[in-house]
Design a protein around this ligand. Structure first.
Ligand code: C5P
Length: 244
């Protein structure tokens, strides 16, 4: 059960140097399924960061949230495949055609190169956005309407899932069904501080509510013993999987 739990744990590699990232990967790769590389670390280190993680035996979630014209996003998606990432994401607000073209080109490239297609995720509405933020950019619909609408659009385009807040999981499941990956940040085990996260769920609750993958950063990185904290989280995920 622990190996099934490990696949679902994504560690947010929110650091700004190659060496620090490498220390985390060496310390945690036996405990976490994927390392999330975001805009800060990627902009600092470039593709070498992905190569290092893979060389250390880790898998990568490339969290660059592409949003551009269809051709540009599709080509960026192909480059993510060439780097060997296991998961990458785009903004669903880029639209159906952008996501469809990405699926098509990524699938063609993966078939031609005999590699497994990465898990393609869409971000619906960032959890930092409020109704006011949306109104400011001319979107008059409430967040609770936009999130399932964009999740359904991602599914229609052939995407594999979405990144969503734990509070949105049930709504997305209703619209997109069981066969759709939901990745949730904002997860806090009972032993950890809330940091700047406001609405949180525990790993047990998140998995029980239907999340497939959990993105967790500071509850592990700020712990006195990060590997032990990751091990506790794995236990909690495993018990939710066993209960489900
Ligand atoms: O340290 P913590 O567990 O809060 O890290 C969560 C990670 O998930 C960070 O990389 C953060 O940027 C990301 N994230 C988030 N909330 C979202 C989307 C992404 O916390 N809505």
């Amino acid at each position: 059960m622990i190996s099934a739990a490990k696949k679902r744990l994504i560690f947010a590699l929110d650091v700004d140097s190659f060496d620090e990232a490498q220390r985390w990967v060496k310390n945690l790769h036996a405990k976490v399924g994927l390392f999330k590389v975001g805009k800060q670390l990627f902009t600092r280190c470039g593709p070498e960061i992905v190569q290092m993680i893979r060389a250390e035996g880790g898998e990568v979630f490339l969290d660059l949230k592409y949003h551009d014209i269809p051709n540009t996003v599709a080509k960026a998606g192909v480059e993510a495949c060439r780097l060997g990432v296991k998961m990458f994401n785009v903004h669903a607000l880029g639209g159906l055609e952008m996501m469809q073209q990405t699926v098509t080109e990524v699938e063609e490239w993966c078939t031609a190169n005999k590699v497994k297609r990465p898990i393609m995720l869409a971000v619906t509405i960032l959890t930092s956005s409020t109704e006011k933020t949306l109104k400011g950019v001319g979107i008059d619909r409430p967040v609770v309407e936009m999130v399932p609408r964009l999740a359904a659009l991602a599914k229609e385009a052939g995407f594999d899932g979405v990144v969503a807040s734990p509070q949105e999981v049930a709504l997305i499941r209703q619209v997109c069904g069981a066969d759709f990956n939901i990745v949730t940040p904002g997860v806090r085990p009972a032993f950890a501080s809330l940091d700047d996260q406001k609405r949180v769920t525990t790993p047990f609750e998140a998995i029980s509510n239907g999340a497939d993958y959990l993105v967790i950063g500071r509850p592990i990185s700020a712990a006195a013993d990060p590997a032990a904290a990751a091990a506790l989280i794995l236990k909690e995920i495993a018990s939710a999987l066993a209960a489900g």
